[in-house]
Write a protein of this length. Structure first.
Length: 388
């Protein structure tokens, strides 16, 4: 008997549990730290067969005290977290089809991939990452589950298009702080320097369990609508381990004027990929949209050169905006220079006037299987790139 068959036999007694729905559902997990480890473990044990994992970090020794899927060898080799969890999940259940994206949820995950999911589970540690997950899910029309842990405390929430939006819940102050980011490793180091643990495997297991439970509810839509189940959407589950208290509070906002939860529809499929050049893409877009001058709005800017404000020297970059800081750090002339001492020449729109028509969409910074927002005379059109 396979792991999947055993899972189906064990859980078939749940009155609302449909084993076929679970095995056919597609789930994306963003973040492979302590919380992501617990979520992935639970998804695998429940019999989910189609899982996508996203993370840009590598395994560190500090991960080993709270991450069930990592080993000491992973930390010594500084393996990609996505690579390590994929290997362990396949060891738990060889029937699982797991896809990995080693990259940043803000820029490296195509909207087409998100649109192919039934639910997304966030296991990230900062507002910016949550904002990006929310933006992708709202555009794709997909629900997502958020979890957060710190010390002995944890929270879980659910966001669904048309009902609850993370950005709307932030408010003006929260939106202003989005640029402040600290990776999980940074949080761990800060807490270790202060002589305390950043979090524990216990709180990760509690919140991870709640997240998977809510994801299971979301894929059983009929039972939710019939009132057999109650979703956490619009509320926040709070767990506090030091004094062992739990509570659920209202956490719902959906402002009509919020551009973040705008759903991109209808989406038109295409045979274009990120391997096509800008010139080829614009030519095809003219035929797909019927517009003679389509314009592609970039999620991230493209930078062709930077100029030193100190001596006026120009350095060619030819990178997406997210890669410029690392490029500057590596460049001998600019190493150590303050970002404010540089002028950055960038493009946020690609059209016929874009001077680098020979570049591919990949070189410009558009991720695979993305959905392009195209401005035309008749309004915006959404074109999905081909998966392959």
């Amino acid at each position: 008997m396979s792991n999947l068959e055993l899972t189906a036999d064990v859980f078939s007694g749940l009155s609302w549990f449909r084993k076929d729905r679970v095995s056919e559902s597609r789930v994306m997990v963003v973040g492979c730290g302590a919380l992501g480890n617990e979520v992935l473990k639970n998804l695998t044990l429940f019999g989910f067969k189609h899982i996508v994992v996203v993370d840009f970090d590598r395994v560190e020794p500090s991960n080993l005290t709270r991450s069930v899927l990592f080993t000491a060898d992973d930390a010594r080799q500084q393996r990609k977290k996505t690579e390590a969890v994929a290997e362990r999940i396949k060891a738990m259940n060889a029937d699982v089809e797991i896809e990995t994206v080693y990259g940043d949820i803000a820029y490296d995950v195509g909207l087409g991939l998100v649109r192919s999911m039934d639910v997304v589970i966030g296991c990230v540690d900062n507002r910016w990452a949550r904002y990006c997950i929310n933006r992708l899910c709202m555009r794709a029309g997909r629900p997502w589950v958020d979890g957060g842990i710190d010390g002995l405390e944890g929270t879980a929430r659910v966001f669904r298009p048309g009902e609850n939006c993370y950005a709307c819940n932030l408010g003006p102050e929260g939106l202003n702080q989005l640029a402040r980011r600290m990776s999980c490793a940074g949080i761990i180091r800060r807490n270790e320097e202060a002589g305390r643990a950043a979090t524990t495997p216990i709180v990760a297991s509690v919140i991870g369990a709640v997240e998977v439970q809510e994801a299971l509810k979301l894929i059983h839509q009929e039972q939710l609508e019939a009132g057999e189940l109650t979703s956490l959407c619009g509320r926040m589950f709070c767990y506090e381990g030091q004094h062992l208290t739990t509570k659920t509070v209202n956490f719902k906002a959906y402002d009509a004027d919020c551009a973040v939860h705008e759903c991109w529809e209808p989406v038109v499929s295409s045979t274009l990929t990120t391997k096509h050049t800008v010139a080829e893409v614009l030519q095809d877009l003219r035929q797909l949209t019927g517009d003679s001058a389509p314009r592609i709005t970039l999620n991230d800017c493209f930078v062709d050169w930077v100029e030193s404000r100190i001596d006026g020297q120009q350095i060619q970059v030819m990178k997406p905006g997210r890669a410029v800081a690392d490029y500057i750090e590596q460049h001998t002339h600019l190493r150590g220079a303050l970002q404010s001492a540089l002028y950055q020449h960038e493009y946020r729109v690609i059209d016929d006037a874009f001077p680098y028509q020979e570049l591919t969409l990949d070189q410009v910074g558009i991720p695979a299987w993305d959905i392009l927002q195209i401005s035309t005379e008749r309004g915006d059109v959404y074109i999905e790139l081909s998966k392959t």
